[in-house]
Design a protein around this ligand. Structure first.
Ligand SMILES: CC(C)(COP(=O)(O)OP(=O)(O)OC[C@H]1O[C@@H](n2cnc3c(N)ncnc32)[C@H](O)[C@@H]1OP(=O)(O)O)[C@@H](O)C(=O)NCCC(=O)NCCS
Length: 132
């Protein structure tokens, strides 16, 4: 059984591991726990047994806008609905927190995931890379 928990406890190493695999970079030592507790509206942990198999960070402007950042699901359990469920739990809690809008941006190949499975609609958005 998979459990989804809003603002649940997690170990940094587990999120760093999911990110390294999900986004194809080396294993980092980022302090996710400190970072999301200081800055985010919340986050969602997906657990199967005790293992962290999915994570999404929900950023916030302090008002009515929340932002889904980098949902990630362990490679072995993708395409079983975990990613969509992570986003729907994020959506539910952003609504409960009084937010009126949930934003996301993503690469072209994830259009079916965000539009068909998660229920986002298309809008114009922009992005500037701030580092060289
Ligand atoms: C994107 C991601 C979170 C999706 O998680 P998931 O648990 O596999 O998603 P779901 O099972 O809920 O997918 C639901 C539907 O979305 C679509 N979808 C999911 N992943 C997709 C992909 N990689 N490419 C195209 N469509 C995809 C499919 O229509 C899928 O339904 P189907 O399996 O019946 O075909 C996962 O692939 C992942 O962790 N990727 C690496 C990290 C990443 O790129 N995150 C997004 C950053 S913006």
């Amino acid at each position: 059984v998979t459990f989804y928990e809003w603002r649940g406890r997690f170990e940094n190493v587990d999120v760093n591991q999911l990110h390294a695999v999900g986004f194809g970079h080396r294993l980092r030592d980022d302090d996710w726990w400190g970072q999301v507790n200081r800055h985010s509206l919340g986050w969602v942990c997906a657990r199967w047994d005790r293992r962290l198999i999915g994570f999404v960070n929900v950023a916030w402007d302090g008002g009515v806008h929340a932002f889904v950042l980098d949902p990630v699901v362990a490679a072995e359990v993708r395409r079983q609905g975990v990613g969509s469920r992570l986003v729907s739990v994020a959506e539910e809690h952003a609504r409960l927190a009084g937010c009126e809008w949930l934003h996301v941006d993503f690469e072209e190949h994830l259009r079916p995931f965000y539009f068909d499975s998660c229920g986002f609609r298309s809008t114009n958005a922009g992005l500037i890379r701030l580092t060289p």
